[in-house]
Design a protein around this ligand. Structure first.
Ligand code: ADP
Ligand code: MG
Length: 352
């Protein structure tokens, strides 16, 4: 039996889902990869980035789009070592080698400890070079959670990708996708080693393009809920469907979290002969707020930041005074705290 998923990437076998590749602009993604471009995919937390990357990896490895070796790596584990570049290299290479090995490619797994010992802080670039030279198919690297890295560690990774970009595809990855909440161009990275702030765009000036993953459209929300109805026979009233859309505007986690609460966690909703109504949706919404779901809590936490407060405060109070900058607004929009159009008090003032 499939369910609504609220924990991590979707798996079609276990979860109701919109095919993740349909959420990407797949033709342009494939074109970028075919053209050997390095690019960014970004969206707020819990939008479906990881689900899309994993599906892209499987597509590229299937051979249907040509001969590629695609590996996904999540660099979040290197967050804990902060600006210790050497330890970050160890963590990232270990993670990458393990992912490649699980996909049946042992080369990196055997080679990386020696490369780290010899190349130290620069080991990532050298490991990628050796791996590409050893592998017949062009390598496509999908790096997830790139913006969990900070300071010198993030700079080291970006610069190493940039420095050997000219050696692709024979001696460096054909294509690299950096995935995170923000566009790399918008990072301001504080380097402790150089005691200065570095713009992400300059550390990674080989970035060709940035793609933004959007929320579900209304037809996608309906299609997702429809899967539940088809598999269990339990209908949603038209008002309930309308309410799910209006209250979520298609934010993927929110849609799933509401419906999971209504149809699986709430005793009444588990009676499949009973149609889901609009008031069930409102009750589930209250429950999500009061139970302080992690995702909502994390967003609420961001309100402590000054640059977030500068944008959100006038929005809530209706004040016409506004001290936020366009940078602040972009940041808050990237976090997914406000809609992508202009907030009402700024409408007309600033271009979106
Ligand atoms: N294709 C999809 N179909 C249905 N729900 C999805 C889909 N992609 C993401 N979601 C919802 O978003 C949540 C987060 O997905 P994930 O891929 O981990 O996002 P991200 O990497 O952006 O944080 C999932 O647990 C699920 O609730
Ligand atoms: Mg993710």
């Amino acid at each position: 039996m499939r369910k609504f998923n609220t924990e991590g990437p979707v798996v079609a076998r276990d979860h109701y889902c919109i095919p993740p590749l349909e959420r990407l602009n797949l033709p342009s993604v494939l074109e970028l990869i075919g053209d050997k471009r390095y690019f960014v995919l970004h969206a707020p937390r819990q939008t479906g980035k990881t689900s899309a990357l994993l599906a892209l990896r499987d597509l590229l490895n299937s051979g249907a789009e040509g001969d590629f070796r695609c590996v996904y790596v999540n660099v979040e584990t290197a967050q804990a070592v902060r600006e210790d570049v050497r330890r970050a290299m160890r963590v990232i290479l270990g993670e990458l080698a393990s992912r490649a090995r699980s996909a049946g490619d042992e080369f990196l797994y055997d080679a990386w400890p020696d490369i780290l010992a010899t190349f130290g802080d620069g080991a990532l670039a050298e490991a990628l070079t050796r791996w590409c030279e050893h592998t017949a198919a062009p390598i496509v690297l999908l790096i997830d959670e790139i913006d969990t890295l900070i300071g010198d560690t993030l700079i080291a990774v970006l610069r190493q990708l940039r420095a050997r970009h000219d050696r692709r595809p024979e001696s460096f990855p054909q294509s690299v996708v950096l995935c995170g909440v923000r566009d790399v161009r918008d990072y301001r990275i504080r380097s402790s080693a150089e005691n200065t702030a570095i713009a992400g765009g300059s550390a990674f000036n080989v970035r060709a393009e940035s793609l933004r993953l959007g929320d579900f459209t209304e037809p996608e929300v309906r299609a997702l809920l429809e899967q539940h109805t088809r598999e269990t026979g339990q209908p949603f009233t038209p008002e309930a469907l309308e309410t799910v859309w209006r209250q979520t505007l298609g934010q993927p986690w929110l849609v799933n979290a509401l419906c999971r609460r209504i149809c699986f966690d709430d005793a009444r909703g588990r009676d499949r002969s009973r149609a889901i109504r609009a008031d069930d949706v409102y009750q589930a919404q209250e429950h999500l707020i009061l139970s302080r779901q992690v995702h909502l809590d994390q967003l609420a936490d961001k309100l402590q930041e000054d640059r977030v407060r500068r944008v959100v405060e006038p929005l809530l109070s209706g004040a016409s005074e506004d001290e936020s900058s366009t940078r602040d607004l972009e940041y808050v929009r990237d976090l997914g705290l406000i809609a992508r159009g202009d907030p009402p008090h700024l409408r007309g003032d600033r271009a979106a």
